[in-house]
Design a protein around this ligand. Structure first.
Ligand code: HEC
Length: 219
């Protein structure tokens, strides 16, 4: 009898404890400041703005930091135009070339092959077809075109715009143009210095020397 009473008591106690718990509402908070932030939570509800959200859409025309608009459209005409007029803004340096090679081997070599002859591992294993050699005379590959296909992809080749940034795409392009030159047996682009900073310092020196020698001549 005493046992049944005990069991009964425990049962009643646990039911009373559990029954009032509302899963839809947070439980009693002993230290609310630990849980409720003072600042607005990203994407949370808030009365700070008219749409009851703490996040607003960016103002029209805003662009992410470090991102440059790309004006050539994703079409055959866009590719032809980029091929004709878009130029690599990077100076040829050892750093740019070696970084371009490193990235090329990560992103492109599986299909295009380390030498750019279109004989990557996926081609050899017959996983993909139609990968051209950079020396393919029918394609007239130029630096603008190499950049363009990295932005948008081309048929079965995907876009690399989300994996690489603008600098990296131009570094890859610098390496691809050297692969093309090697395949065609034409001269490679030779680095003017180790890094861009060095190239600039050298250019400044050259201008200073020039200025000095002309002023000497004048005297
Ligand atoms: C999944 C395989 C694959 C990968 C990876 C790949 N490509 Fe391609 N690429 C192709 C194929 C296939 C074509 C031919 C597309 C066509 O003309 O239909 C092509 C074409 C090209 C062309 C020729 C464009 C023209 O003017 O006709 C260039 C340049 C090129 N790729 C550069 C790159 C670079 C740079 C990378 C790395 C960032 C890369 N590709 C990665 C498959 C690939």
């Amino acid at each position: 009898m005493k046992r049944i009473l005990n069991i009964g008591l425990v049962l009643v106690a646990s039911i009373t404890m559990v029954s009032c718990f509302d899963t839809a509402k947070p439980n009693y908070q002993y230290m609310p400041n630990m849980y409720e932030p003072m600042g607005y939570e990203t994407y949370s509800e808030s009365d700070a703005f008219f749409n009851d959200q703490s996040a607003m859409l960016p103002a029209e025309g805003s662009i992410p930091r470090g991102w440059q608009p790309y004006d050539y459209e994703d079409s055959n005409d866009g590719l032809l135009l980029a091929k004709a007029e878009l130029k690599n803004p990077l100076t040829v340096t050892e750093e740019n070339l070696s970084e371009g090679e490193r990235l090329y081997e990560i992103y492109c070599a599986v299909c295009h092959g380390e030498k750019g002859a279109g004989q990557g591992i996926l081609v050899k294993n017959e996983k993909i077809l139609g990968v051209p050699s950079y020396a393919d005379p029918g394609r007239v590959i130029t630096e603008g075109g190499v950049y363009h296909v990295q932005m948008y992809g081309l048929n079965s080749m995907g876009s690399y715009a989300s994996q690489t940034n603008e600098l990296e795409r131009w570094q890859i392009t610098q390496h691809v143009m050297n692969l093309k030159a090697a395949l065609e047996g034409t001269p490679l682009a030779t680095p003017v210095a180790e890094t861009v900073e060095e190239a600039m310092a050298e250019a400044v020196d050259a201008v200073m020397d020039e200025a000095e020698s002309t002023s000497e001549e004048e005297n």
